[in-house]
Design a protein around this ligand. Structure first.
Ligand code: ARG
Length: 471
């Protein structure tokens, strides 16, 4: 077990950062439940950025003398270099990333290191560091979503005229362009990017200077630190600043929606790869074989994207539960906001890479798609539209007549375009030979030229628009 084998340098001794009123150190069990450095070390560089801005502000405000500030900045720079090189000695006994860094600073620069925490608390410190991290995560999410959109758009560009069966109720409905289908996902991802950007804009207020919960008597300048850290403004209310984790929920929600969309696309790739569909294949680099069944080519990566969606949604529920009964202001429960959120970032990053690779690597079997598009009486609606348009039948009646013709084809075991005109006329004598112009899947697809429809003409425009809007 991790907590038993970790280094326990100050185990049993009083805490250097708050040991004044404590006679003894924490028990092993308290240390075990309290420790977070194993995961919050992810925030080390963000914590250092926050500390640097805070120290500079303390100097400018005359709260700390310039030489102390210089020593603090030099110490932080050395720690930063160690973190970047992965040589910083994080210690479980020092509980979290903040106390690890502060303690190390004291070791490195002595007395001046003890002054950094003037007019600051770990509560505003962690809220600031985590906002900085989340801001980056949202920016990164936007970039990765854009890369997947680019892969979808590139694939769509090859398949404007490729016809496939569009489904409703997972039953053949009407023929659609494969590009149109892919562009539907580009729209979803576009909304995901909107969510990421909106979340970024909303979180961009700085908690630093809220101190423990009530502000501070020191003459700090919160606008300075906010500006230096790239925030639009300081958070307006100190209690809200240290206890608000809406920004985490916004992120995990945006991530969940993106993951949901990836999972739907993954599911479709899995279905299309089934030999009974045979719509697409993926190369050896993106599929796996079976240890027993030599014929198999499995879409493991897509299945794992679908499967991993669950853990991201789980994190969303976890964050909701974490916050729902927390009175103001900070409580240690809030330490539980990070581990799952880091996991969400890692998961989504990996899944976005996997989906981008799969979409780019899809080899499309146009013939199989077109053949399937001709099955299942996919152009029955076109026939009904023909009857309504050419013979002036009310659409309900046209629907009824078409139903009888479909039944006829079903009895003969053929498709609608295979019925001879004479058979069609046994149901509706006024049908003309031009009916065959509307019965092929391609004709059906091309006719749906309404705004946002699947006609190649429209899809070409949509493709150009998607490039303009998203890339
Ligand atoms: N590790 C803590 C967290 O992640 C830092 C803040 C601790 N604050 C405190 N008052 N104990 O929430």
């Amino acid at each position: 077990m991790k907590h038993k084998t970790s280094k326990e340098k100050s185990a049993g001794s009083r805490n250097r950062l708050w040991g004044g009123r404590f006679a003894a150190g924490p028990s092993a069990i308290l240390r075990a439940i309290n420790v977070s450095v194993g995961f919050d070390r992810t925030l080390a560089l963000h914590d250092i950025r926050g500390s640097r801005a805070h120290a500079r502000m303390l100097g400018r405000q005359g709260i700390l003398p310039a030489p102390d500030v210089d020593r603090i900045l030099a110490g932080l720079a050395a720690i930063e270099a160690q973190v970047k090189k992965n040589t910083f000695p994080f210690e479980d006994a020092l509980e979290d990333v903040h106390m690890n860094i502060e303690s190390r600073l004291f070791d490195a620069i002595g007395e001046a290191g003890k002054k950094l925490h003037t007019a600051r608390s770990r509560n505003d410190q962690v809220a600031t560091g985590f906002r900085l991290w989340t801001r980056e995560a949202l920016e990164h999410l936007d970039e990765k979503l854009k890369a997947l959109q680019a892969a979808l758009i590139a694939q769509a560009g090859q398949h404007v005229d490729t016809v496939m069966p569009g489904l409703t109720h997972f039953q053949t409905a009407q023929p659609v362009s494969f590009a149109h289908h892919l562009l539907a996902y580009v729209e979803m991802l576009g909304r995901d990017r909107d969510r990421a950007r909106a979340a970024r804009a909303r979180l961009n207020e700085c908690p630093l200077g809220a101190a423990a919960l009530a502000g501070t008597p020191w003459p700090i300048d919160r606008r300075q630190t906010a500006r230096e850290l790239g925030f639009d403004a300081p958070c307006a209310n100190s209690l809200d600043a240290v206890s608000d984790r809406d920004f985490v929920l916004d992120y995990v929600h945006a991530a969940s929606m993106a993951m949901l969309h990836l999972s739907r696309l993954a599911e479709e790739i899995i279905l299309w790869m089934n030999p009974q569909f045979g719509f697409v294949t993926l190369g050896d680099d993106l599929t796996t074989g079976s240890s027993i069944m030599p014929q198999k080519r499995n879409p493991d990566a897509a299945e794992l994207v679908r499967g991993k969606a669950g853990r991201v949604f789980g994190a969303l529920v976890q964050m909701l539960c974490l916050l729902k009964a927390l009175p103001l202001a900070y409580a240690k429960d809030l330490q539980e906001d990070k581990e799952q959120t880091f996991m969400v970032e890692e998961t989504l990053d990996l899944c976005l890479s996997a989906m981008t690779a799969m979409v780019g690597g899809l080899r499309v079997n146009k013939e199989a798609m077109e053949e399937a598009a001709g099955k299942g009486f996919a152009t029955a609606t076109d026939l009904a539209d023909y009857l309504a348009r050419e013979l002036n039948l009310p659409f309900r009646d046209a629907h009824h007549v078409t139903g009888r013709i479909v039944k006829l084809a079903e009895e003969k075991g053929c498709g609608l375009p295979d019925l001879p005109l004479s058979s069609l006329r046994t149901v509706e004598p006024r049908i003309g030979p031009n009916v065959f112009e509307v019965l092929s899947p391609k004709a059906s697809m091309s006719s749906r030229a309404s705004l946002g429809g699947t006609a190649p003409l429209r899809v070409k425009e949509a493709l150009a628009e998607a490039k303009r809007r998203f890339l």
